[in-house]
Write a protein that binds this ligand. Structure first.
Ligand SMILES: [Zn+2]
Length: 355
């Protein structure tokens, strides 16, 4: 097989790597130099033909507590408790400083992207694009007055919730087996938030949102529906995954699902173990393509936020996934769509008004 094919660039719908730079209790790493810690740094990203991604800022429930998604917490765990808005705003500030700091210290290898054209131009020049995402709307004031401020600061993608309730909606936890239908839909503030995101040009991320909230977004939003890092409920019936009905709605909206590498969402037993083959990612990808078509499936690795198959290991292992997609039988045009082109297609209409 032609090795050049495995050099297809990848755009990733979800990484948690920014947290490593600033969250308390973490042993910070800069992401500039190569290390063997975590899943992402610039040298490893370049080895993996990583072209860009949505870089999440996550809002931990307690000042001293680092996020730990690598163990699914029980409902009683502090991480699932609501987060104070003022504290979330402090974390957002630190996260945004890290987000820009990463690009500034990258010696031109990374640029912040705020439009689809910027992502495309960066790709053409071999520069990695970082796109700002909030994983949960906790820093947003319920009257939405500070949403345009975060938009100006670069926010282009927003998860309404993480796996817990906030002023806007309610998230799914990690029940297995479990349904995503875990609670009430969006609050009135949540419904206003959807309309405001459409108007500004911010992607609304459905990953972590419960099913009633999902259908509220489906009804209210005029943008393509996007789940940045989720897998298939029909294959792994954990509450965090998407049902066939949800997949159909995403397809009908011309949206996209980024397939998550978290083994707990991929395996039939939902176990968190790196001893999980790449073929489990391919199985979910192929199912998603079968249900929605090739234009609606992408990658959402959850690097630095999940236990992932050791065959991939970290961002430098992305070419192994590309190779596995070819081995499964996808042709080059299809692999390119999954690897990067479907995300590029979504960015244009989602960021429409202000691009
Ligand atoms: Zn997540």
């Amino acid at each position: 097989m032609n090795r050049r094919k495995f050099m297809i660039p990848v755009i990733d719908g979800h990484l948690d790597s920014l947290q490593a730079m600033f969250l308390p209790d973490d042993n910070p790493r800069s992401l500039i130099e190569q290390t063997d810690r975590g899943h992402f740094d610039i040298p490893r990203a370049r080895k993996g033909h990583f072209a860009g991604g949505l870089f999440a800022i996550f809002f931990p429930a307690e000042a001293k507590r680092r996020r730990n998604k690598t163990a699914f917490p029980g409902k009683e765990d502090a991480i699932l408790k609501p987060v104070e808005s003022a504290f979330a705003q402090e974390i957002a500030q630190k996260g945004i400083e890290s987000f820009y700091g990463l690009a500034e210290q990258s010696s031109g290898r990374i640029q912040v992207a705020k439009s689809a054209d910027e992502v495309s131009n960066n790709m053409a020049q071999g520069v990695i694009s970082t796109i700002l995402h909030f994983e949960g709307a906790e820093p947003i004031a319920p009257d939405l007055t500070n949403l345009p401020v975060y938009y100006q600061a670069g926010l282009r993608s927003l998860g309404i919730v993480w796996s817990r309730p906030n002023a806007f909606g309610a998230g799914v936890d990690f029940q297995f087996p479990g349904s995503p239908d875990t609670g009430p839909g969006l609050t009135e503030a949540g419904k206003e938030l959807i309309i405001a995101c459409n108007r500004l040009g911010i992607i609304i991320d459905l990953s972590h949102l419960n099913e009633k909230g999902f259908w509220d977004v489906e009804r209210l939003s005029d943008a393509p529906l996007v789940a940045t890092h989720s897998c298939m409920h029909a294959l792994t019936p954990i509450s965090r995954n998407l049902t066939d009905k949800q997949l159909e709605a995403i397809r009908d909206s011309k949206g996209v699902v980024g397939i998550n590498f978290c083994t707990g969402f991929l395996r039939t037993d939902a176990k968190l173990t790196a001893n999980t083959p790449i073929s489990d990612i391919i199985r979910h990808t192929a199912y998603a393509v079968d249900k929605m078509g090739i234009d609606h499936v992408a990658i959402g690795s959850d690097f630095d936020g999940a236990v992932i198959p050791k065959e991939i290991g970290d961002v430098s292992g992305l070419p192994k996934l590309v190779e596995a997609l070819f081995e499964h039988g996808f042709d080059e045009a299809s692999v390119r769509k999954i690897a990067c082109e479907n995300w590029l297609r979504i960015f244009t209409p989602s960021w429409k008004t202000n691009a």
